[in-house]
Design a protein around this ligand. Structure first.
Ligand code: KIV
Length: 293
């Protein structure tokens, strides 16, 4: 079943954890489409892990549309969020609405995400008023992290927590249906999620929120550079299941030709299914994959 904003809100109300993963291209999206994953983010992190930029700043709107369109073709049954790249929404409401609309019209996205709290709530409001569903993103915001001391955990002191609370209030008043918290200690995230009216999702924000996001390339151990503390690679636990599947086949060549289950496509499906189960059962993230309070 493809989710809607309404069904995602129902998940929050009924206490079901939401599973969310990034994706940037067709074949991986097709593998994700065969799992129970709730949402996909075509993140500007694709600028790094798929296009090879050293950070998320250079990726363009045209590049994001190319990636998002491919993901939509691969995952017709998933709720897809397009990530507004740096420079596509900050200057004016006109830019913000025009570029958000491109994600919907050209790439078939169901919603967009933009970075920023109170300072970007007017842009979020303009996009919501144009009829597009919006996810906010606060805490560590990679597009502007250079101005705030680099990639670091946010929300360890009272001032920062108050700032996050104000941002949540302003984004909710602007009409966002969900807010992503990035790199915030678990107990601070818990307090923020308890007070919020929207769906609070986390990446590196501990387990006491309404759902989890991971970067697909971290989950698959596919990105050769940096891997953050909160990123769990699900491949080692998936290999025994994959190997058992192969061992149960009398003819591996015929099996691969008919099912495509003899390689990365199937390993991805197994690893993602394990992640979805862990999120649903509250087993991810445990302390190993959370920042210290
Ligand atoms: O682009 C992305 O994948 C993101 C996450 C890092 C939160 O925005």
């Amino acid at each position: 079943m493809k989710h809607s904003v309404k069904s995602l809100k129902n998940m929050r109300v009924s206490g079901q954890q939401i599973s969310w993963l990034t994706c940037y291209e067709y074949s991986f999206a097709s593998s994700l489409n065969r799992t129970d994953l709730d949402m996909i983010l075509v993140g500007d992190s694709g600028g790094m892990v798929s296009l090879g930029y050293s950070d998320t700043v250079p990726v363009s709107m045209d590049e994001m549309i190319l990636l998002a369109s491919a993901v939509r073709r691969g995952a017709p049954d998933k709720f897809i969020v397009g990530d507004m790249p740096k420079g596509s929404y900050e200057a004016s409401d006109y830019d913000a609405v025009t570029n958000a609309m491109r994600f919907v019209k050209e790439a078939g996205c169901d919603a967009i995400k933009l970075e920023g709290g109170s300072n970007m709530s007017h842009r979020a409001k303009a996009i919501v008023e144009s009829g597009i569903s919006v996810v906010g993103h606060i805490g560590l915001t990679p597009q502007t992290s250079a101005s705030f001391g680099g990639y670091r955990v946010v929300g360890r002191d009272v001032d920062e927590i108050e700032g996050l609370q104000t941002s949540i209030r302003d984004l909710e008043e602007a009409g966002v249906f969900a807010i992503l918290l990035e790199a915030i200690p678990p107990l601070a995230s818990k307090r923020l999620a308890e007070k919020a009216n929207s769906i609070i999702l986390g990446i590196g924000a501990g387990k006491f929120v309404h759902g989890q996001l991971l970067i697909l390339h971290d989950l698959l151990g596919l990105y050769p550079s940096f891997r953050p503390k909160f990123a769990k690679c699900y491949v080692p636990d998936s290999i025994p299941v994959f190997t058992a599947l192969l061992n149960s086949q009398p003819d591996l060549v015929a099996f691969g030709r008919t099912t495509r289950q003899d390689g990365i496509y199937e390993i991805t499906r197994i690893a993602v299914s394990n992640y979805v189960n862990d999120v649903r059962n509250g087993d991810f993230p445990d302390e190993t994959y959370s920042y210290k309070d």
